[in-house]
Design a protein around this ligand. Structure first.
Ligand code: CA
Length: 244
């Protein structure tokens, strides 16, 4: 898929005349941080301690749902238990502790370059994450200083990804229409959310999920890394503006 093809397809299926991007809505885990390996380890530990069978790989597929949504779903499926919001939040606290015990999460290579390029190109930047971990949210401010204008977290939405709600709220916070936003995502449910919201959705394959699965979820274009996206961004945006 070339940039031109991706833009032409997007304009065709949305019926928009132009994209004229105003904002980028950027996922956190697997995009800003190389954190998914430790998240999946922490999830498996939580499930095993509670006698719920699971595999590590399945948690890559749930990525984007809020933590409490994942817990409710797994306890229902794996143990036939309906758990309350409070119980789910308490269990999420335990999972967060396991996650922290695994050590610091590295910043994703190329993420600063992507955000800097977006800023220089005049787009607003909003983090849109299902995370409800205060420590991660604080770290974004420290690790990416001055590079974000706002954030939507798991606390701000009724329904997490793949619902379009997180990215629709992100567009609202940026003060523009979803069709004027780029979404940057690494997970199929996150891509589905961005696509369903009506945003131009860019996939990055930073984990084990192959490119074709991100296209299947509705990605308009997919790059192999944040570094690769940073390199092509000026040309992608120029191609969007030329169509306008
Ligand atoms: Ca993610």
């Amino acid at each position: 898929m070339t940039e031109q093809q991706a833009i032409t397809n997007f304009l065709k299926y949305t019926g928009q005349q132009a994209i004229a991007p105003q904002a980028a809505l950027v996922d956190c885990d697997g995009v800003l941080y190389d954190s998914m390996k430790n998240h999946t380890r922490a999830w498996v530990k939580l499930m095993q301690k509670n006698g719920i069978r699971c595999t590590r790989d399945e948690f890559y597929l749930y990525e984007g749902m809020t933590g409490t949504e994942i817990i409710k779903m797994k306890f229902k499926q794996g143990a036939g238990k309906n758990i309350t919001d409070d119980e789910a939040l308490a269990l999420y606290g335990v999972k967060t502790r396991y996650f922290h015990e695994l050590g610091e999460m590295p910043m994703m290579t190329g993420a600063t370059a992507v955000l800097t390029a977006l800023k220089e190109l005049g787009l607003k930047r909003i983090v849109v994450t299902g995370s409800q971990q205060a420590t991660i949210l604080d770290r974004i401010d420290n690790d990416y200083p001055g590079l974000f204008d706002g954030r939507i977290t798991g606390f701000d939405v009724h329904r997490g990804k793949p619902s379009p709600e997180p990215y629709m709220k992100g567009a609202m916070q940026a003060g523009c229409k979803p069709g004027q936003c780029l979404v940057i995502e690494n997970a199929p449910l996150g891509v589905q959310s961005g696509h369903a919201a009506g945003c131009f959705t860019i996939g990055v394959t930073t984990g084990p999920i192959p490119e074709k699965d991100l296209y299947k979820a509705g990605a308009d274009i997919v790059y192999p890394s944040m570094q690769a996206l940073a390199e092509v961004l000026p040309q992608l945006l120029a191609a969007m503006q030329a169509k306008g």
